[in-house]
Ligand binder design. Sequence first.
Ligand SMILES: Nc1nc2c(ncn2[C@@H]2O[C@H](COP(=O)(O)OP(=O)(O)OP(=O)(O)O)[C@@H](O)[C@H]2O)c(=O)[nH]1
Ligand SMILES: [Mg+2]
Length: 615
Amino acid sequence: MTVDDRTQAQAADPGVQARGLRELVDRLEQLAGRRSALRPASDPARTRAARLHDHLAGHVRIRARSLDAPLVVLLLGPTGAGKSTLFNTIAGRAASPTGVLRPTTRTAIVLAHPDDALALRGGTLSRIEPRRLRIEEDPDVAPGLALVDAPDIDSVEHANRDLADQLVEAADLCLFVTTATRYADRVPWLVLGRVRERGLPLVVVVNRLPDEADDRREVLADVARLFAEAGLGGRAAEDGSEGALEVVGVTEGDIDPAQEALVAAAVAPVTARIDHLRADREARLELAARALAGSLAGLGPLLDQVADDAAHEAIDAAADHRLAATHYERSLGSVRDAVRHGTFLREEALRHWQDYVGADDITRIFSRGIGAVRGAIASIFRPSTAPVAEIREATTDDLVAVARLHAAEAARRTASAWAETRSVADAVAADPTLWGPSAGFDERLRARLEDWIASIGTDIAETGAGKRRLARGASIGVNALGVGVMLASFIHTAGLTGTEVGVAAATAFLNQKLLGALFGEAAMVELISRARQRLDDALVETFAEERRRFDVLAAVPEELEALAADLRAAAEETRRLPATVPMDALGLFRGPRAEGATDPVPAGAEGVDATASSQ
Ligand SMILES: Nc1nc2c(ncn2[C@@H]2O[C@H](COP(=O)(O)OP(=O)(O)OP(=O)(O)O)[C@@H](O)[C@H]2O)c(=O)[nH]1
Ligand SMILES: [Mg+2]
């Protein structure tokens, strides 16, 4: 037997298929979880993500474990169609309030045998909010089938529609209730589209039909025609021919006010189907298998849609990040310009420095040659009077101010662009501080600048170490030299354009002469370029920090791309499932007990296989 033969044999083995299916469901549920965790960016995407979750947890998982779990028959339709009235008629009591005020039903009302109630709560109906779920336990109804009265699908109540949608994902059979006058309404077709996509077996119940037989026939034929036009013409029969959609008529009857129900005979065509399913386990299994097959066939398209959502969001998220990056880079560029040309420096601070350096003396000395400069330096500078603190402070203040201005500009531009962008508008609206620089911006930048100035001091000490120059430098004072290097980082002759004359140019000239004389030309250039680099690093870090406030609000494109790819791969996998899995493996999907096998299978348990031989 070759590996291929073995793989094929395994693929044909119903036990392997059933296990494989359950493993696939586990992985799909993880994917659905990842999708929700990555916060879908729009309402439709949210709806689809929730649908995938509800569908996997409420139906596929339950049926992949056991076809014997209680069959869920759902009464669905527009408000006032008479769903609750039908429900009460079948229940034989006023279990679900009916009414003239629309909409009436706001919770899912479930009629089930007490043995089934636990399985339903822990399984099919586990994703329904407990306050929106009422299980009417009735020991007199046969176990194995739960009848659910749903809220309407067309009311103004969003919560009603959401709940009805959740129930559609969980059901095994949909009894779509409409009336002789309502069946052509537009809204229900949206929900019916999902019923079709999801492969949910469907029976249409046309309530309140006229008495006259011809009129009744005419209405029912028209209903069948409309449903067929909408692609709901019924499933393909075994022989490949198109099976007719089941359309069941209920003639308008008198209401029994005590039971809020019709006389039992009026709804006989509906009750007959339910009674048949209740009485015949094989019929239930066949329907459950059909519902599972439909579910599996519908998974591929749904997974693809959710993958598309994730892929679109990845593109949007990348654009959001790019937008923030563009604005912050532009603003950082403006700060760099200001730094490079020293345009933010106050003239008075520069003058102060010049006075200290003794501009007049030094120019005179320079004219006599470099040797004289070295000899005279110590006598010119008066370390005790160096305006180190003042100039540092003025420079830091000015640099912080110019950086804040541009950080504010970047924040304002990014926030206003994001406010217009669907994927991030809510995040911007929720945090008004995004429109300006972050709280503590000044303090953080100031601390970085202090570190920067300290690093210049260290660099000067190291550059001059062991050299005669240090002695001269030391006599001037490392701090004073530090100010020289600091100023030279902003303004030096190479960075000045021809138009920048006056105090800035003069200071640059003096600084360079002085530092060059002390450390040598090459070491001076090194000192200044290292100082400039470290200053740039501090600014880059500060602006990155500012931008990060935006970045954390937008999705991570790579995560969404990976999710989309995984969802697409999973969709392909569902398409490769043999269409006949549930039917061929019928025995394996049956629950541990014959009639009314109702205990929910604990997560991860392989209870279904163990009982295969006993079925
Ligand atoms: N006379 C008569 N009234 C009916 C019939 N079927 C329903 N009704 C009435 O129609 C109204 C609406 O019926 P419900 O059963 O509450 O309708 P629903 O589909 O459950 O409506 P929602 O819960 O709002 O979605 C009630 O006043 C019922 O008494 C019928 O065959 N004959
Ligand atoms: Mg109702």
